[in-house]
Design a protein around this ligand. Structure first.
Ligand SMILES: O=C(O)CCC(=O)C(=O)O
Length: 309
């Protein structure tokens, strides 16, 4: 495992802004392996696990455009922990070392995607909060890693984020009224003037941003002739608990990456009674995370009592 790649300042920045960009965390060599695998998959040169999702861009699916080359038709690959090559990203020692610095040792991957934004598609991703998609809590023990496989610029639809928004609420989401919106892309319903506080995260290939699951973020349209491509995984501390009051999602893979049970499926109970507690603040009472957790309300209380907090 790589030695703690994040400096104290970077860790502080993560908790203050809700994200931190680590320059050149992955090498061109690492990324060319994932790029090649993307091509092999979309050109159907290799067999893949049929639980993995290979999703067309909505403009292709709706017949608005009909590009001939497969990489121009595909919007994302998902659940790639099922692919022996792309899974290398979930287990990448430098990524995992940063993740463990932020959410503690012993982590599992709970979601992952290779996001391909070809030229000539809309491809925008409305501002949203990823916690919407995750049953696990506490939120402070979940983090995304998102690595630029190409240069990310305002012109090609880099990520945008609202600094500090991770200290807010999980807000109601909806489908924005856009003509071409990719499947599963929800956006926060009422952004108010939060949108004006967004910053563009322009990044070089190999740069990696780690971000909090309540951070408001999204991405813009690709207005260039080239591809914009990123690889991303979400991790939760394996001591997190499931707080959705449902037992489904049984088919979803939550694979432990480090610590006890590494390589196995997470097998915690998929139903927890939070007893009226807002799941966003739910801290498992019997969990090793109990004593060192900062909840959203803790941050609010600190801000109330200390104007400089
Ligand atoms: O890569 C993108 O365009 C957006 C990614 C994103 O918003 C996410 O991973 O939640």
């Amino acid at each position: 495992m790589a030695e703690a790649p994040l400096t104290d300042e970077m860790v502080e920045q993560y908790w203050r802004d809700g994200y931190v960009v680590v320059p050149a965390l992955l090498s061109e060599g690492d990324l060319s392996v994932y790029d090649q695998r993307f091509d092999d998959i979309v050109y159907e040169r290799v067999a893949i696990d049929d639980r993995m999702l290979v999703m067309k861009d909505v403009m292709v699916a709706k017949g608005a455009i009909d590009p001939k080359s497969p990489p121009e038709r595909i919007q994302k690959l998902q659940d790639f922990e099922l692919d022996p090559v792309l899974d290398g990203y979930c287990k990448h020692p430098s990524v995992v070392a940063c993740v463990e610095q932020l959410i503690g040792e012993g982590v599992m991957t709970i979601h992952n995607m290779l996001i391909n934004k070809p030229p000539n598609v809309d491809g925008r991703h409305p501002l949203h909060q990823d916690l919407l998609y995750f049953p696990f809590r506490p939120a402070n023990r979940i983090v995304a890693s998102w690595t630029a496989m190409t240069r990310m610029t305002k012109e090609n639809g880099c990520l945008v984020a609202v600094p500090g928004s991770h200290l807010g609420e999980l807000m109601p989401h909806d489908n924005p009224d856009w003509e071409y919106l990719n499947g599963g892309y929800f956006g926060v319903k009422d952004l108010g003037d939060e949108i004006d506080r967004r910053v563009h995260l322009e990044m070089e290939t190999g740069d990696t941003v780690f971000f909090h699951p309540i951070l408001l973020h999204g991405s813009g349209r690709n207005r260039t002739d080239g591809f914009r491509r990123a690889i991303s995984a979400h991790y939760a501390n394996a001591a997190c608990e499931w707080t959705w009051n449902i037992e489904d999602s049984a088919s979803r893979m939550y694979r432990i990456v480090t610590g006890p049970g590494a390589g196995e499926q997470w097998s915690g109970t998929r139903k927890v009674d939070t007893d009226g507690v807002d799941p966003i603040d739910f801290v498992p009472t019997e969990s090793p995370l109990k004593d060192d957790i900062r909840t959203r309300r803790d941050a609010e209380r600190a801000a109330e009592s200390d104007p400089d907090a």
